[in-house]
Design a protein around this ligand. Structure first.
Ligand code: MN
Length: 340
C-alpha cells in the first residue's frame, strides 16, 4: 500500500498542495529536528505553507537551529497544531514510522483518512499508514534521506546555508559524529556537499556538544564513577540514574544524552545500557559494538526497539528490578557477546 518515492514525486504529488504539516517523534533529537526544519525551509522556498509539529519539547542544544522557534509543541500549542492538521493537504512523518510515536496527535492523523501521508525514515518495521514512503534502514539518518529526497527531485539547489546546517546536524548526531558503522562514503559525500553550501561543521559541533551546564558534567562524572556496573564476563556495562539523583544534579532535558556511549570506550565492553527514571517512567537506552543486536533485546524483553547498535525501550519495572532483569537475560547472549 505504501508506494516508494521516485524521481518525479515533487512534481506529481506535492507541487499543487498548499498546506503541509511535517511531524517528528516524541523527545525529538538532532535528526528529528534537523530533518523537519530542512524540509520545511526547502518547501517554503517553493511557496508552500509548512508547519512543523512535534509532541513535546526538544533539547536546548538544538535551539540555535534556523526557524526552530516556529516549531509547534503539541503538548503546549495544541490548538495551533490541530488547526495546522485541519488545514493540511499533505502530511510528513520524519524519523519515525509508527503513528504511536507522536502520541495523541497520531490519532488525529489516523482519523483524517483523506490526508495524503508521506514517510521518510530509517527505522525498522515501518507501519503501513503512509501513502508514500522513503524508508531505508541502512541510511545513517533521516537527514541523509532528506538529502536523497531533494536529490531525487532535482531540488538540491534549494540547499542554502540554513538547509545545509539542518541536514548536517542530523548526520552529525545520528552517526555519533560520523563514527557508527551506518556512516558510508555517501554520508561523507553529503557532508562535503553541505559544507560547500555553507554549513559550518566546527561551529555546529560546538553548539551541540560543547554547550552544557556544569551540572551536566558533574552528573556524567557521578554516573560513571558511582553508578556504572561493569560485568566483564558479559562484556557489558550498566549505568542507572534515579529521579532523585537526576534532581540532585539539576537535570534538564538532554542532560543524560550520550551517557550510554561512554562505556563503549572501554576495550572489552561491547554492550552498554543506560537506565533512567524520568517522570515516573523507567527508560532505557542501549548501544553495542559490532553485530550485537540491541534492538532484539529492546523489543523481545522490553517495550522498545531501534537499530542493531542503538535502541531504546521503556521498562515497566523499577530501576532496580530492570537491572536484575537485564542480568537474567545476559547468559542467553553470552556467546554472542564474546563473539563480537
Ligand atoms: Mn534518526
Amino acid at each position: 500500500m505504501m508506494q516508494p518515492i521516485t524521481k518525479d514525486f515533487y512534481q506529481s504529488v506535492i507541487k499543487n498542495k498548499k498546506n503541509i504539516v511535517i511531524t517528528s517523534h516524541k523527545a525529538p533529537d538532532g535528526d528529528a529536528i534537523g530533518s523537519s526544519l530542512a524540509l520545511k525551509i526547502a518547501l517554503e522556498k517553493l511557496g508552500h505553507n509548512v508547519s512543523v509539529v512535534v509532541p513535546d519539547d526538544f533539547p536546548g542544544f538544538l535551539k540555535w537551529m534556523p526557524f526552530h522557534e516556529t516549531i509547534l509543541l503539541y503538548n503546549q500549542e495544541q490548538k495551533e497544531a490541530e488547526e495546522a492538521l485541519e488545514n493540511a493537504d499533505i502530511f510528513f512523518s520524519l524519523d519515525y514510522n509508527d503513528l504511536r510515536r507522536i502520541g495523541d496527535y497520531g490519532q488525529l492523523v489516523e482519523a483524517k483518512t483523506d490526508l495524503l501521508k508521506v514517510m521518510i525514515d530509517h527505522h525498522r518495521d515501518p507501519k503501513p499508514y503512509a501513502n508514500y514512503a522513503l524508508s531505508d534502514i541502512t541510511a545513517s539518518s533521516t537527514c541523509e534521506l532528506i538529502f536523497r529526497f531533494l536529490e531525487l527531485n532535482n531540488l538540491t539547489d534549494l540547499i542554502d546555508k540554513d538547509v545545509a546546517s539542518c541536514i548536517y546536524t542530523g548526520l552529525l548526531t545520528d552517526t555519533g559524529s560520523f563514527r557508527f558503522s551506518s556512516t558510508t562514503a555517501k554520508t561523507h559525500e553529503i557532508a562535503a556537499f553541505l559544507l560547500n553550501r555553507g554549513a559550518e561543521n566546527a561551529k555546529i559541533y560546538e553548539l551541540i556538544y560543547d554547550n552544557s551546564s556544569i551540572h551536566r558534567l558533574q552528573l556524567l562524572g557521578y554516573a560513571i564513577t558511582e553508578k556504572l556496573e561493569y560485568l566483564p564476563e558479559y562484556r557489558t556495562a550498566i549505568i542507572s540514574l534515579t529521579e532523585a539523583e537526576l534532581k540532585k544534579f539539576h537535570y534538564q532535558k538532554g542532560d543524560t544524552e550520550g551517557i550510554v556511549n561512554y562505556p563503549l570506550s572501554v576495550k572489552n565492553i561491547v554492550y552498554s545500557i543506560f537506565i533512567s527514571e524520568k517522570e515516573g517512567l523507567v527508560k532505557m537506552s542501549m548501544r553495542s559494538k559490532g553485530n550485537f543486536p540491541v534492538n532484539e533485546i529492546a523489543s523481545k524483553y522490553f517495550d522498545g526497539g531501534g537499530h542493531l547498535n542503538a535502541a531504546g525501550a521503556v521498562s515497566n519495572l523499577s530501576v532496580e528490578k530492570t537491572i536484575e532483569k537485564i542480568k537474567s537475560i545476559l547468559p542467553e547472549y553470552k556467546d554472542a557477546l564474546l563473539a563480537v
